[in-house]
Design a protein around this ligand. Structure first.
Ligand code: NAD
Length: 492
């Protein structure tokens, strides 16, 4: 069955993708999506209710228990995943552009993470599942034991607005490979792009109910978390929401992975090549206008070269091009929403009211009267205990803090409730690796920071539980089952 969404205007998304069809919402609430760079309407989306979530979960359950999906082989799932990848790849440019208009992400980054990466992840997990033994037989005291990897079941995937396509696919791709079915609840701030996934899934021939998409707010998100027919929650978002979701999953004894907030540090060692450091600053500290969970928004600088580092960071920030994220020359787009703009400006006020020294930016750009823009902002002389050094700002706001010696640098990097990303900058790669090993985070770079989709990704401490990405993430969607059998039963 080929389902299209032609009945909708290009940017109005007033139906949900449930059981392979674009269906009318049960409720009446809608959300007007505004373009981050212009504050003008981009489209209208319906917001789901508990009843929409219930319909989606039931469809996912049926597809698993009664439909063909629960009986597919790994090779059959891999084949449909590759068709899904092709359908997404054909839409990649438009998807990337749409997300940039929704959340302000610079277009080059959006091409990589919202355009190319989702198809790449489908290929990655299709390859992994085809080569992973899903059943093996081993000797046991009574004869033989069959050890099976079985799908966890129905997955509730809840995603934020900052990298909507890749974060959704980091859950969907391993889930499909494992044989699970999925209900995706994207964030209202990026209300429109999630539906590309529905169109592409239908075109690829994903059986009805295997992937369902309901745009909704927090309350309906909570209904997904606690729905009795859901087996696992895969959540990316704030630590505050992660605590609530984790608590509910604990109460229900329901599997969950939590990818949460961060406040990562870039450690500039005293032998660092500042040209290399500055070349990597965009990805490490300002990626996606600072709206990336792994941004190294705390820069730790050796006292012996402190002013040199402060000036390099300030110059970099002042040199960034702020403006329309669809312009490839722009390196800093707008914040994703008015709420996000207010939050970031609030932290800038906090910094201005502290003993910190403002060395770049500090407000809204004077030449941009529309759009949720913030100047790339740098505060120097920041004590690591200050709120601007401890709390996640989620905007282009950087602190610089001096340290004496590698031990203090590591201590300051680890002096955070979070443990998500980080980087070390040095002319001596071995020294950098040694320091990187001592920093308590899920990922860290030496002389650059860029996420590797082929390696496990996630956080420690309040940054989350579990890992996504890499072949390892498949385990999030598989249960082991041991069947004790006699050797005779297995024909030995
Ligand atoms: P958020 O927690 O407000 O919302 C994220 C998603 O969860 C949205 O879809 C929202 O509707 C839903 N939600 C919120 N409360 C819920 C609840 N109680 N039950 C069910 N669903 C709920 O986060 P946000 O502001 O959209 O995203 C920014 C945050 O995401 C930042 O803290 C950032 O660090 C984090 N993030 C983490 C990673 C990672 O991999 N660790 C990646 C990207 C973003």
């Amino acid at each position: 069955m080929t389902v299209t969404s032609e009945s909708r205007t290009e940017l109005d998304r007033t139906r949900f993708f449930i059981d392979g069809e674009w269906v009318a919402p049960r409720g009446t609430e809608t959300h007007v999506a505004l373009e981050a760079a212009t504050e003008t309407p981009l489209g209208v989306a319906s917001l789901g209710t508990d009843a929409d979530i219930d319909a989606a979960v039931r469809a996912a359950r049926r597809a698993l228990d009664e439909g063909p999906w629960g009986r597919t082989t790994a090779a059959e799932r891999a084949a449909v995943m590759r068709r899904f990848a092709d359908a997404l790849a054909a839409r990649a440019d438009g998807t990337a552009m749409l997300v940039s208009r929704e959340n302000g992400m610079p277009i080059g980054l959006s091409n990589a993470f919202n355009g190319a990466a989702p198809a790449g992840l489908l290929h990655l997990y299709a390859d992994v599942i085809e080569t992973l033994p899903l059943e093996d037989v081993r000797p046991s005291p009574s004869g033989s034991t069959v050890v099976r990897r079985e799908p966890v079941g129905v997955v509730g995937a809840i995603t934020p607005w900052n990298y909507p396509q890749v974060l959704a696919m980091m859950k969907i791709a391993p889930a499909l490979a494992a044989g699970c079915t999925v209900v995706l609840k994207p964030a209202p701030e990026t209300a429109l792009d999630g539906y590309v996934l529905g169109d592409a899934a239908a075109e690829a021939g994903l059986p009805p109910g295997v992937l369902n998409i309901v745009l909704a707010g927090r309350e309906a998100g909570a209904a997904l978390v606690s729905h009795p027919l859901v087996d696992k929650i895969a959540f990316t978002g704030s630590t505050a929401a992660g605590r609530l979701i984790g608590a509910e999953c604990g109460r229900l004894i329901r599997r969950c992975t939590l990818e949460l907030g961060g406040k990562s540090a870039a450690i500039v060692l005293d032998d660092a090549d500042l040209a290399t450091f500055v070349a990597g600053l965009g990805d490490a500290s300002f990626q996606n206008n600072g709206q990336t969970c792994t941004v190294q928004s705390r820069i730790l600088a050796p006292r012996s070269r402190y002013e040199e580092v402060v000036e390099a960071v300030a110059q970099f920030a002042r040199g960034m091009t702020v403006g329309d994220p669809l312009d490839p020359a722009v390196t800093c787009g707008p914040m994703a929403s008015k709420a996000q703009l207010d939050r970031v400006l609030g932290y800038i006020d906090l910094g201005r009211g502290s003993s910190a020294r403002l060395v770049a930016g500090g407000g809204r750009p004077a030449d941009l009267s529309r759009g949720w823009f913030v100047e790339p902002t740098v505060f120097a002389d920041v004590d690591n205990s200050e709120r601007i050094a401890q709390e996640e700002i989620f905007g282009p706001v950087i602190t610089v803090t001096p340290y004496d010696g590698d031990d203090e640098a590591v201590r300051l990097a680890n002096d955070s409730e979070y443990g998500l990303g980080g980087s070390v900058w040095t002319s001596d790669e071995e020294r950098g690796l040694a320091v990187a090993r001592r920093v308590r985070t899920g990922t860290i770079g030496v002389n650059y920071y860029l996420q590797d989709l082929g390696a496990p990704f996630g956080g420690v401490k309040s940054s989350g539980i579990g890992r996504e990405l890499g072949p390892e993430a498949l385990d999030n969607y598989l249960e082991f089952k041991s069947i004790y059998a006699s050797a005779d039963q297995l024909g030995r």
